[in-house]
Each structure stands twice: as C-alpha cells, then as structure tokens.
Write a protein that binds this ligand. Structure first.
Ligand SMILES: [Mg+2]
Length: 374
C-alpha cells in the first residue's frame, strides 16, 4: 500500500452566517469559508480523503499556506512511502516542516493524516472504529453554539437550543467583555438545564478570569474553557485554585507533550480534543487516551470542519467515549460542502453512515464548484 499521489483542493464553501470569537471573525459569510480537501491515492488505486480547516484568526495557518505546504513539501516527502506506516509518515512530515514552539503546520498535516486513515480503513474493508478495534456507534450529540455579545440574542438562541433537542450549549465570550455576565445570565435563564460550556478563546488576564469565574459560580456554568493565553499554564493552575468551576484547555494543548505539561502543572480539569488542531487523528487519539488516564474530563471540538472532518472527529470522540455533546459546529455555518453521502444532521444529533473508511463519499462536481478561484 504505497502512496502514489496526493492532490490538494483549496475550497471556498458557502456560509449561512458569520462566526466570531474573541480574536475576531473566523468565518465571513461574504467571503465564504476556507477548507482544504486532500485526496491520497495508493498503488492499488484506493483513494483516501482528508480535510483541513485553517482559520487565521485562530492560529497562523491559512488556506494558502496549507495548500502550498502539502503541495510543495509534504507531497514530495511522502510520495512512494508506505501508507500504513503512520509513525514514519508523521516523522517525515515533522522533519519536512519543523516545529516552532509547537508542531509546525498541524492543520495541514491533519488533512494528510485523515486521508491516510480513510485510505487504510478502506483497504482493510472497515470503518474508523474498526481500525482502532473499537465499537461502531452510528450517532453523536452536538452542542449548540452561541456566539453573540447581545444578551437578547443569546437568550433567543439558548431557547432555540432547548426547544430543538440540544442537550448542551457552547457559549463564546470575550467578544465584548462588558456584556459577558449579561450574556451568560440570559443563556442560563432560557436554558437552565442544558450543559453549559463557556469558551473565552484566551480573552482574559488572570484577575479578570478570577472575577468572571465568581460570576459563573453564581450563574451555574459547567466549564470555563481557555480563559487565559495559551502559554499561560501557570495562570490557569492559579485560577483553578481560586474557583470551583472546572477549567478546560483548548489552545494550550496542541500535542501530547503540551497535555503532559498541563497535567504536571495541574493547569486544567478538562482537555479539548480537536483532530485538526492536534495534527490528525493519530495525535488526537493519543491526547484523548492520555487525558482519560490522567483523570481529566474530555470535551470534543472542531474548527468548523465540513462533513468529512466532522465525521472523522465524531468517530474519534465516540471511540474515546466522550459523553458531553461535542462542539462540531460546521453544519451551523456551512450551506453546502463536497460530501455527497455520509451523514445526516438532525438538530442536536449527527447520524453517521456505516460506510468504510471515514464514511463519506465525495462529489467531484461539488469539489470543482467550490474550488478557490486563483
Ligand atoms: Mg475552544
């Protein structure tokens, strides 16, 4: 099973609505959403598909840099390699694009890793859970994303979540810190019984985060995600000592090494697992397993991937037995994507197909339709 070709498709997918986090707009309806699909073919003619969803307000990778990294660096390094030797594949990718403070270009590498998992599972006549010798589950629950600094809007959205079968809300704060408490109160009032995840995307300093956590204790928040800068493990550990609200880390944990540092520093109660952030299914699975063994809770998330990345993530989260509804929010923002067949989203539940590999069929017509115009 040798890699004979790697093809890269930079896409602009149509969006239903804008998406903002504390760092700014990460999805703009007028410009469309940047996604990169990758097709890897082996010497038997089997095809594997993977996806990257770069977001330059969230990390430094862009649609352009993911595309050129795979085309000019990863493709020449990997062509002719055995598709099944993922250890060697990742060693070669990491030698080709060296680390900065962290793994270099993890989102680009994740698309390659995902495509190889798809390829290997198809060659073995099984789905992703079969590849991991885990149980196949045909669905996963989603949380409902609320990203607004208007308390009235937040109230309406939380009410929608409650009335439409969602079991959890994921609320973005730090968009306008003055409104945070009012937004949180509005959500709690509208949906008091839903799991309440609050994500600050690094918006605060320690003093602000301690103050806000006191308000969260009063309001009844279930988890406070990434309040401080990614590299501030000491501050997160300090915050944990000052509040009973569980602290989750997302942007601080890109690799298993980061996770182990966070565990040593006692900097979090929960870890956010994301396939693309962690450089693919292999490292994300490792992080999930380490976090579980260390007694941390797990949250599942994504970077608004389309159906392909969502399905790959869903299989991993099911394998890791993540019980809290996950933040795979692509379907709330995307109007269409290149997946022709593979999953159905019904409000708070995604139904997965039993197809081999990741489980998605890709439409060539849609790939061409959404190919970025250069
Ligand atoms: Mg997050």
């Amino acid at each position: 099973m040798k890699i004979t070709n790697i093809e890269v498709f930079p896409l602009t997918l149509p969006m239903k609505q804008n998406f903002s986090i504390s760092g700014g707009k990460v999805g703009d309806q007028s410009q469309g959403a940047p996604h990169v699909y990758v097709k890897i073919t082996d010497d038997r003619g089997v095809e594997g598909w993977g996806e990257a969803r770069p977001s330059h307000r969230w990390s430094y990778e862009t649609l352009e840099s993911v595309t050129t990294t795979i085309n000019h660096y990863l493709k020449p390094a990997l062509t002719g390699e055995s598709a099944t030797d993922l250890n060697r594949i990742h060693q070669k990718m990491n030698r080709e694009i060296a680390a900065g403070l962290n793994k270099g270009m993890p989102i680009a590498k994740a698309a390659v890793d995902m495509a190889l998992h798809d390829l290997i599972a198809k060659n073995n006549g099984t789905h992703l859970p079969g590849l991991w010798m885990g149980t196949y589950k045909d669905s996963i629950r989603l949380s409902y994303l609320i990203s607004t600094n208007d308390p009235e809007q937040a109230h309406k959205k939380a009410q929608y979540a409650k009335e439409n079968g969602f079991l959890a809300v994921d609320v973005k704060i730090g968009l306008n810190p003055k409104q945070d408490v009012r937004v949180l109160e509005a959500v709690k009032q509208a949906a008091p019984n839903l799991y309440f995840r609050v994500d600050a995307n690094q918006a605060y300093d320690l003093t602000q985060a301690v103050r806000l956590s006191r308000e969260m204790e009063r309001i009844g928040v279930d988890v406070f995600e990434q309040p401080l800068k990614a590299n501030n493990l000491h501050g997160h550990a300090e915050l944990r000592r000052k509040t009973v609200i569980p602290i989750a880390l997302d942007e601080s944990i890109w690799t298993a090494g980061d996770l182990i540092q966070a565990i040593r520093m006692e900097a979090c109660d929960m870890a956010v697992i994301k396939v693309t952030k962690m450089g693919g299914l292999r490292e994300a699975k490792l992080c999930g397993e380490i976090a579980k063994e260390a007694g941390l809770g797990l949250l599942g998330g994504g970077l608004t991937e389309s159906s392909l990345g969502l399905t790959a993530s869903a299989h991993l989260f099911n394998y890791l037995d993540i019980q809290i509804p996950v933040d795979l929010n692509g379907p709330f923002f995307l109007d269409d994507d290149p997946v022709a067949d593979g999953l159905q989203v019904e409000q708070g539940t995604v139904r997965l197909s039993g197809l081999n590999g990741i489980g998605c069929t890709i439409s060539d017509d849609n790939l061409q339709k959404y190919l970025m115009k250069s």
